[in-house]
Write a protein that binds this ligand. Structure first.
Ligand SMILES: [Zn+2]
Length: 264
């Protein structure tokens, strides 16, 4: 094997492990900004004690940025961003397999972080860090592929092309589809956050388990309409833009609901 060829193979090998982790920067900020718009007066006052006048969107991507930390202290949080569950025929079975996973994951950590923020005996710094994670992870919980199948790593192993660029199904949903819309996060949250009070209440109803099941059902719709090795462009956007926007909006409103309960 000549050197250039073997180097190319090594490079391809490394690239194939460059897995995406979560909504890109815009998606997470859209979720956070929508949540900010729906906080109660009480939650806003308590939030101010933790992060001052800073906005939720400012911290929305921090839990991804710390993956570049070289001290190793955050390594344990890598697995907090997703919970892989194979498709289940009903909520009961979904919930059972969710509860059966004991090692830290998206579901266990959202619950644990909520408790941490509420814990008056915890230090302010610990509560603030927990808040940063919660803002981010509630965004991940609404990205369907973060509740995707285990055998393809939430779509990371499904290679395809989007507008000619090599990518994978997970990454397409994390950022490429969001970025294609070409909005800033404030513009995007502005055009999405237009529901009536009653509609907001309906979207915020339910439990964390039900919200994750909702994401999984959306993931299954995505799986059955996305083919490995396919070349997608405008057609894919046309088909999935409404679902993408539903997830960003629902993520934001449900984060608000959670923060309003935690910070009361
Ligand atoms: Zn993430």
């Amino acid at each position: 094997m000549n050197r250039i060829f073997s180097n190319t193979l090594i490079l391809l090998f490394l690239l194939s492990f460059n897995f995406a982790y979560s909504w890109g920067t815009t998606g997470h900020r859209v979720v956070a900004e929508i949540a900010q718009n729906h906080l109660t007066a009480k939650a806003k006052r308590n939030l101010k004690k933790l992060i001052g006048d800073q906005k939720l969107a400012y911290w929305a991507n921090w839990p991804d940025h710390i993956k570049s930390d070289t001290t190793g202290v955050w390594k344990v949080t890598d697995k907090w961003h997703y919970v892989n569950i194979n498709p289940q025929p009903n909520f009961k079975m979904f919930s059972d397999s969710l509860q059966a996973q004991k090692s830290p994951n998206l579901y266990t950590q959202i619950k644990a972080l909520g408790e941490q923020i509420k814990n008056k005996n915890a230090t302010k710094q610990d509560r603030e860090v927990a808040l940063r994670f919660l803002i981010h992870l509630m965004g991940d919980a609404a990205q369907p592929m973060h509740v995707g199948k285990a055998n393809d790593l939430g779509g990371n192993r499904i290679k395809l092309k989007f507008f000619g660029d090599n990518t994978n199904l997970h990454s397409l949903w994390d950022s490429k589809l969001v970025d294609f819309q070409n909005y800033s996060f404030t513009e995007y949250s502005g055009v999405l956050d237009v529901k009536s009070k009653d509609e907001v209440k309906n979207i915020q109803a339910g439990t964390l388990e039900e919200w994750l099941y909702d994401s999984q059902k959306m993931a299954n719709r995505i799986y059955s309409n996305s083919k490995s090795e396919a070349s997608y462009s405008y057609d894919y956007n046309y088909k999935f833009q409404p679902l993408l926007e539903r997830q960003l909006l629902y993520g934001g409103l449900r984060l608000a609901k959670m923060l309003n309960e935690i910070l009361q």
